[in-house]
Write a protein that binds this ligand. Sequence first.
Ligand SMILES: Nc1ncnc2c1ncn2[C@@H]1O[C@H](COP(=O)(O)OP(=O)(O)O)[C@@H](O)[C@H]1O
Ligand SMILES: N[C@@H](CCC(=O)OP(=O)(O)O)C(=O)O
Length: 368
Amino acid sequence: MQKLNWRRIVLKVGSALIAPDQDGCRSRYLLTIAQFIVRCRARGIEVILVSSGSVAAGSHLFPSDQPRSVVMKKAMAAAGQTEMMAMWDRFFDFPSAQLLLTHGDLRDRERYQSIRETVFTLLEHGVLPIINENDAVTTDDLKVGDNDNLSAMVAAAADADALMIFSDVDGLYDKNPNLHDDAVLLPEIKSIDDSIYAMAGCATSAVGTGGMKTKIEAAEKATSHGIATYIINGFKEETFTRLLAGENPGSVFLPYEKPMQDSIHWMTHTANEQGEVVVEGSFDDSLEGEDGCLRGDEIREVHGEFAVGDTILVRSEDGTRLAKATANYSSCLLNFIADNEQSEFSEKMQDSIGPIISEKDIALLEKS
Ligand SMILES: Nc1ncnc2c1ncn2[C@@H]1O[C@H](COP(=O)(O)OP(=O)(O)O)[C@@H](O)[C@H]1O
Ligand SMILES: N[C@@H](CCC(=O)OP(=O)(O)O)C(=O)O
């Protein structure tokens, strides 16, 4: 038996595989994916499943002649999720567990840690975690919006070795293969830049969300955490035999050689900034200084309301996004310090509380 190097993998299954006829769940493609999961587990590989498809699975329960409003889609998701979980559960003789998440859960550090603990406990006890976005309750500002990005956040949280995105296409092509006959498949992508994003088109199926763009975003999130990311065709049986043989049946994005530390990765790719501080141009110098930190006299403006421990954006006076960081001070206190930077009280306070942000809690961003 071929020895695979994966210790833990995240599989993401797109809606077209769940409900290919848009008429409820079908086992046609899921059976092969389920067998792949069983075989991986038999080889000692821990598997986490991120399953799309609740809306596609539930749509047949609602009148097709009515507009698909947001609220109608939420109702479809709520009903379709049960159908989809029942379908997955039928394939396995081991237990599975449902986790319905929103971005609101993942971007809160405590809830993120709690999700990690739950996932690890499930895996430890041989239970298959099956994850989807909680579409029935989520709102625009709380949702991830697509399961490609969600699966990458899950893969990072679970410290997986590989993320496999099973879609309706063989991998990433230099242009959409459903629209261009001369599109060429890219088997290996070493780094992701604008030229890679330029290849991505939208979804062409009736049920897909995000197309290739969100898959590349997911690959960027995952590879920067050291997670190899595959985009592969879940419709083809040979995909699964080739994966188990240690081959690449589609496109693989190679992991960073020096992955980000988990808390920095979370801050960069999952957390939302609650507010921002504008600093004078010498921010890089302050990081290189003895304390590796930011002090009150470098702050020009404070925007938004944030508390100690929240993620904030550090911006330069010319608008450049310099870094995300954990705030050691609330916005209220920072406003006071910025207004009274020379005061003895401000200086004493900083001496006793310490730096406004500390080097270990800073994620530097691309300067653009
Ligand atoms: N450069 C590209 N390479 C491959 N597929 C692409 C590309 N650009 C756009 N696509 C489209 O992306 C689709 C897959 O995305 P999507 O429909 O969202 O799938 P899923 O439901 O599996 O997430 C393909 O069927 C194809 O139409
Ligand atoms: N959470 C949604 C799926 C969103 C999504 O990203 O769909 P897809 O592009 O098919 O992976 C659902 O369960 O219907």
